[in-house]
Every structure is written in C-alpha cells, then in structure tokens.
Design a protein around this ligand. Structure first.
Ligand code: PLP
Length: 223
C-alpha cells in the first residue's frame, strides 16, 4: 500500500498546476491529516460540522478548511469563525444565514453555489431554475459578508463515463451562464469545483478548477 504522502505526490503529478486539490479527510483521524499536512497540503475538506469541530482543534491553525457537505442553518455559527470556504451552499436561506453570522464577527466567507447535476435525487444542490430565480429576485450584492467564488457539483455515481462527462459539462455551462448574467464584474467568480477520486480526470478535462479527493489520498472509508 502506498503512503498518504505518496498518494498526494502521485496526484499532484497528474493534476494541472492550476487545479486546486482539496484533500477530503472526512471520517479519517487527525494523524492522517497531519501526514498529508507534512507533505505541504494545506487545504482539507470535511462534510460534517461536528466532526470538523472535533478535529480542527487537534490540528495546525494554518489549515484551510472547506465545508463540502450539506450545512444546516443552525450550525453555521460554529464554523464561520474559522472556515475558509463553504462549498455546499444549497439554498438562499443558507446564504443569508452565513452572511448574517459572518457579519456578527466581521468576516467575509468565501462560498460556492452547489448545483444539482446528478440523476440521483439524494444529492443536494440548487437547480439552475431555482438558482436563477433567487439571483433575480434577491439582491445578493447586499450580502456583504459572503463572497461567491463559483459553483460546486457532484456527478452521478456510475461507471458510465459519458453520463459523468455530460454532467460536468453541464456544470461548466451553468458556471458560464451565471458568470455572464450575474457575476460579470466579479473577477473572483472563477471556480468550478468538480471531480472526486473516481472521476477527477474527466472533471479536469471538462474544466474543473478544484477537485475534492478523499479515498485516493487516505484510502477507502469504511464508515
Ligand atoms: C466524500 C466527498 C468527496 C470525496 O470523495 P472520494 O470519492 O473519496 O474522493 C468529494 N466531494 C464531496 C461533496 C464528498 O462528500
């Protein structure tokens, strides 16, 4: 078996340098995260608030934490003091809550809009229709304590690479049309977070700027 460090260097060789690697450490112990940290990796993704809170106190303060899982509004206040990016904004209500909690402590939180691109119904995210309705009716530039950097999506879990490709291409099209219609003058609106252990190569081909990779780095999860 290869080590966490070797897994990261192998991945780095395959990823274009402009693509950011988010090491998804959910379910894995702090020791594993330290092993990755010691190779220079600073950006880590977690999907549960409680697990993230437990781990972060055991780990170096210069880690950039990304939340990548569904976030309940009542838990926002626990993560705004330290989170680097919330990739899983899946409702307008959540965006408003993040803004108001961030305002209380005078932070600006980087966010991605999660878009539903998979055929499975269980995956969270906005539909494009719903998202555009929200962006039209609500003036998000009034939300001064959030900054929307782009979009995030998860493809269907399938071995049908054409299907996965199609979904990633759709996410890139969504990104481009949102950029044109609502974020033209926001130069920071440039991220497309797509690609996981099983499909990151396809995602990179389709224009991913950020991949979220867990099992290829830390090994399979048994939870
Ligand atoms: C778990 C998870 C990942 C990483 O999955 P792997 O297949 O282990 O690479 C990426 N994104 C999200 C949103 C996740 O929940």
């Amino acid at each position: 078996m290869t080590s966490i460090g070797e897994n990261i260097s192998n991945l780095k060789l395959k990823l274009p340098s402009a693509v950011k690697l988010v090491a998804v450490s959910k379910t894995k112990p702090a020791d594993d995260i330290i092993e990755a940290y010691n190779t220079g990796q600073r950006c880590f993704g977690e999907n549960r608030v409680q697990e993230l809170l437990n781990k972060k106190d055991l780990l170096p303060v210069d880690i950039e934490w990304h939340l990548i899982g569904h976030l309940q509004s009542n838990k926002v206040k626990y993560i705004v003091p330290f989170i680097t990016m919330i990739q899983s904004i899946d409702s307008y209500k959540l965006l408003v809550t993040v803004n108001s909690e961030a305002l209380k402590i005078n932070r600006v939180i980087d966010c991605l809009l999660q878009i539903h691109i998979a055929t499975e119904e269980t995956k969270f995210g906005f539909s494009m229709k719903e998202l555009c309705e929200n962006l039209q009716s609500c003036n998000i530039s009034n939300l001064r304590n959030i900054r929307i950097y782009g979009v995030m999506g998860m493809a269907t879990f399938t071995s049908d690479t054409n299907q996965v490709k199609k979904e990633f291409r759709y996410l890139r099209d969504c990104f481009q049309s949102l950029k044109e219609s609502y974020f033209k003058s926001e130069s920071y609106f440039k991220e497309i977070s797509m690609g996981m252990s099983g499909d990151y190569e396809l995602a990179v081909q389709e224009g991913s700027t950020m991949v979220r990779i867990g099992s290829l780095i830390f090994g399979e999860r048994n939870l």
